[in-house]
Design a protein. Structure first.
Length: 168
């Protein structure tokens, strides 16, 4: 290498200076370290950014979705208030309102005699108007008063609309 050097150049060159046409090993090593550092810092940033979502993942679905939307807003708008709001919402355990309401609805359906998940019966006026083609429609203008004025015998069961005896 000393034959290629200019006579006025120093002959004791550092090892990181390469000859023309050779691979610059120092630049390749620094490039790999730089790429690894950028990926590691990006990974740490994204894990920190998704911290509220990971915290809310164990909670209710609605709370998790709200925290996720706040996280996306913070990511795309660069407004940190959304991230802080998502973090605070993820830390709070919201009370479960849906389970007691479902229980109440199931109890009311059981009292009414409706099977859970079954379609509710249609009112009589809908059934009367949904007549098959070609059949005469019933006359709804004149109610049958003979059935309404029937008297009960003293020993008959007098269950009312609720289905419970003694309740009219």
């Amino acid at each position: 290498m000393s034959e290629l050097l200019h006579p006025n150049a120093p002959h004791d060159l550092p090892s990181f200076i390469t000859a023309p046409g050779d691979t610059d090993v120092l630049m390749v090593v620094v490039g790999v370290i730089l790429l690894g550092t950028v990926l590691a810092v990006g990974n740490i940033y994204l894990r920190l950014h998704t911290l509220p979502e990971r915290m809310a993942h164990r909670s209710q679905k609605l709370q998790f979705e709200i925290v996720a939307v706040l996280g996306l807003l913070a990511l795309f708008t660069h407004m940190h208030v959304f991230w802080v709001a998502g973090l605070l919402l993820a830390m709070i355990d919201l009370p479960d309102f849906s389970t007691p309401l479902r229980s109440i609805a199931g109890s009311v359906a059981a009292i009414a005699g409706v099977q859970p998940g079954a379609e509710a019966p249609r009112p009589p006026h809908d059934i009367a108007t949904a007549v098959a083609p070609g059949l005469a429609k019933p006359d709804l203008a004149k109610p049958d008063l003979a059935k309404a004025s029937d008297k009960k015998e003293p020993g008959e069961d007098d269950a009312g609309a609720s289905g419970l005896p003694g309740h009219a």
